[in-house]
Unconditional design. Structure first.
Length: 122
């Protein structure tokens, strides 16, 4: 999808056809991120911007490429801090097979019956 600028010519007198552009603020609003996040992505080379009359516009091609890479998990990071330790513990628990050694899980009603019997021995 291109936009043809009439009245503006390239080097050989042909109209300039530009790629689809979206305002950076509109991209930020649609993604639910701040304008600064879009600026950082442009600065890191993840998105391509074009400055028109002092306002940044993001090319549709760079947005499509960014979304493709994001879906592929290229920007995913492992958990950090306490979440990392918890994820490692869950992974280790799954590898050791501890869940299989405990037998079947009790029914919800069994827990309530045991609790009542402990409080009211009658």
């Amino acid at each position: 999808m291109g936009i043809t600028l009439h009245g503006v010519s390239g080097g050989e007198g042909q109209p300039i056809t530009t790629a689809g552009l979206r305002a950076a603020k509109a991209v930020a609003r649609d993604e639910g991120v701040s304008d600064v996040t879009i600026w950082r992505r442009v600065k890191r080379g993840l998105l391509t911007s074009v400055n028109i009359a002092g306002r940044p516009y993001i090319t549709s091609e760079s947005l499509a490429e960014f979304y493709r890479r994001a879906v592929a998990g290229e920007f995913a990071k492992p958990p950090a801090g306490a979440a990392r330790k918890s994820a490692e513990a869950r992974a280790e628990k799954g590898r050791s097979g501890n869940m299989r050694d405990k037998g079947p899980l009790p029914a919800a009603g069994d827990f309530l019956l045991k609790r009542r019997s402990r409080r009211n021995p009658a």
